[in-house]
Ligand binder design. Structure first.
Ligand code: ATP
Length: 306
C-alpha cells in the first residue's frame, strides 16, 4: 500500500464553530505537501482527526488506506508533531525518546538514531525542560521519526524558529520526502514553505481553497511577466507605459512589467536611451502566487475568526 494521507468530506463542529466543512485532499508519497491557511482554518483539527485524537462528525481520514485506530503499531505507520511543548521537562531528551519507544514496543536503539538524525546527540543527556523552542521542535521531530514511518505530519514546525532553524527544517523535510515518505506540513505563512513544499493544499474556513503543485502555481503567477532592473525607474515607467505595458514598482530599482514581451521592452528602452542592467523572466515568490490565488477570495483572506 502506498504511503498516503487521505481526507474526504471531513466535517466537525465545535459549538457554534464549524471547524471542518467538507475538508478533502490526499497527501502523496515522495513529496512535501504544505497545508496552508489562516489561523482557525481547520489545519490542526484535520490533523487531530487523522490521528484519531478528535472524532469527525462525518467524512473519513485514512493513513495508507487504514483509519488510524485500525493501525497496528501506529508509530511505524505515521509520525506526528502536534505540540513541541508536550514533554516532561524533567526528562532528558534521550529518556523522553526511550520512554516513547518503549511505550510503543520499539527498541531503545532507535532513540539514539533519531537523536543523531535531528542533530541533538550532543544534548541528548540534557533535560528537555531547558531546551530552546528550536531544540524542542527537533526533539518533537525525532519523536515523530522513532518508528521510521512512511507518513509524517507536522503542525507548524517552523513556529518560533530562528533563520538557521528554518533552513535546517526545510532541508530536513525535503530529505524525508526524497526518501519516499508522504510529508504534510502545516503553516499559516506561505513564505515559510518557499523552497520546501512540492505541493500545496490551501485551506480556509474548514475547506480546501486550492490543491496544486507548487511549480504550476509559480508558473501561473509568473506568466508573461518580466523583471526589469534600472537606475532610471521613472523614465522606464513612462516609456514602457507608452508602449502599452503595465508596470509595477517592485523594489527601489526593480520593476515588474506585464503586457509586453522582453524583446519589445529592450527595444523601447534602447530607443529612448533608458539605461537598464537586467531584463529577465519574472520569478514569482510563493507569497506572491498565494496572493494571486486568493485575490478573488477577499473574504477568505481577511478572515480571522479569533
Ligand atoms: N477543542 C476545540 N474547542 C472549540 N473550538 C475549537 C477546538 N479546536 C478548534 N476549534 C475551533 O475550530 C476552528 C479551527 O481551528 P484549528 O485549530 O483547526 O485551525 P488552524 O487552521 O489549525 O489554526 P491555527 O493556525 O491557529 O492553529 C477554529 O474556529 C477554532 O477556534
Amino acid at each position: 500500500m502506498e504511503a498516503t494521507i487521505e481526507v474526504a468530506g471531513l466535517r466537525k463542529r465545535f459549538g457554534a464553530a464549524q471547524a471542518l466543512d467538507g475538508m478533502t485532499f490526499t497527501v502523496r508519497p515522495g513529496q512535501v505537501t504544505g497545508f496552508v491557511g489562516p489561523n482557525g482554518a481547520g489545519k490542526s483539527t484535520t490533523m487531530r482527526v487523522v490521528l484519531g485524537l478528535d472524532r469527525a462528525d462525518s467524512g473519513h481520514a485514512l493513513i495508507s488506506g487504514t483509519p488510524y485506530r485500525g493501525l497496528r503499531n501506529p508509530l511505524s505507520h505515521v509520525g506526528a508533531l502536534l505540540d513541541a511543548s508536550a514533554l516532561q521537562p524533567g526528562r532528558t531528551a534521550r529518556n523522553h525518546l526511550l520512554w516513547l519507544a518503549h511505550s510503543q514496543g520499539l527498541g531503545g536503539r532507535r532513540a539514539d538514531e533519531v537523536l543523531r538524525q535531528v542533530g541533538l546527540e550532543e544534548v541528548a543527556r540534557r533535560r528537555a525542560g531547558g531546551f530552546s523552542l528550536g531544540m524542542r521542535q527537533r526533539l518533537g521531530i525525532a519523536a515523530a521519526l522513532l518508528g521510521d514511518p512512511p507518513v509524517l505530519m507536522l503542525d507548524e514546525p517552523f513556529n518560533g524558529l530562528d533563520p538557521e532553524g528554518i533552513v535546517w527544517i526545510r532541508g530536513f523535510l525535503r530529505s524525508l520526502a526524497r526518501e519516499g515518505r508522504a510529508v504534510l506540513v502545516s503553516s499559516h505563512l506561505m513564505s515559510e514553505l518557499q523552497d520546501t513544499a512540492d505541493h500545496l493544499v490551501v485551506v480556509g474556513r474548514g475547506r480546501v481553497v486550492a490543491d496544486t503543485a507548487v511549480a504550476d502555481l509559480l508558473a501561473t503567477a509568473a506568466a508573461g511577466r518580466v523583471t526589469l532592473r534600472t537606475s532610471a525607474r521613472a523614465d522606464a515607467m513612462t516609456v514602457l507605459a507608452r508602449a502599452g505595458a503595465t508596470v509595477a514598482a517592485t523594489d527601489r530599482d526593480v520593476l515588474t512589467v506585464s503586457g509586453l514581451p522582453a524583446e519589445r521592452i529592450v527595444a523601447s528602452l534602447s530607443e529612448h536611451a533608458v539605461p537598464f542592467s537586467e531584463v529577465s523572466a519574472h520569478r514569482a515568490s510563493l507569497e506572491e502566487a498565494y496572493m494571486e490565488l486568493t485575490r478573488d477570495a477577499v473574504e477568505f483572506r481577511s478572515e480571522d475568526p479569533r
